[in-house]
Write a new protein. Sequence first.
Length: 332
Amino acid sequence: MTTSEILVTRKEIIKPKIVETLTEYDETLEWHEKIDDFASLSYHFSDLLLDCDHPKTIKFSANSNLILMQFCLDGECSVSDINRKKTYTFANAVHNSIYIPKGDFYLHKKSATLNLLHVYIEEDFFFRQMPDQHDAFNKKKIGALSSIFSKNIHISPRIKSILVEIETCQFEAHLKILYLKAKIIELLTMQLADAELISTVELKMTEVEKMAEVKKLIETNLQESFNIAYLARVAGTNEQYLKKHFKLLYGNTVFGYILSCKMQKAKDMLLAEKHQIVEVAEAVGYKHATHFTTAFKRFFGYLPSAIKAKLMLGGYLSFGLELEFLELLVAI
């Protein structure tokens, strides 16, 4: 195994932090982060929380070509090259991957608060995972800053759950290496699948905005039990269009998405080890813990108590990988 195949993070997953190390730079406020450890690593994570009342520019310096997987968890921002000739905008709750050539690039904060998760991936490792005919190879050939996917992708409940699993990883040493590598590949898999889905969707911007409003309402009120008629009224559309357009845009029915959000939130709460099952059930809209347990088992295939028990060596693998299969990931 080559040095670059030893997949560990350059630093531990960073808890969201207020960026305070700011200096005047070209009439903007700037924080400078260097990305320079790919000689021995294939990826690392950076979790940023900017909480200020005015825009800021963050300059990143990379000593080699890389891929940035950017997850905009809250707020709005844009990523640009040094001359700002190419700019890619990110709204709340979307993600994309960006090809970053060696040198400097900028992150421009456009909202009062901004919470991002960055995954920096070594160029060779990323392209080994991509389909042979993917357009990303053309962008690599051109060698300029560009988004891997033509449209930003909405952060699904599954993506959110993967990010939580990365941050709450309890494996150590070699098992942690394998686990995080598997998670990076899982994130990329979901990104490819979701990008393919939205590439076939053609909706008017007004319809996209209506569906996004419904999606946000669902995600921020998981204790509620909405019906289609109510959601359609809130969005200013009819029930038929709501069901049709929501499925087209997000690849799931309205009720399927509600259930997915509730179950993923429940699992995240259980992984955090701060809540009893009855508390989790109430948080996602179940009056009776037994009903929640039944729904959870039907959705995931195992009981919520399995997470609490930490059956897998004190850690947890969301998609049921056996340790023997994890070992095979080393060869990828």
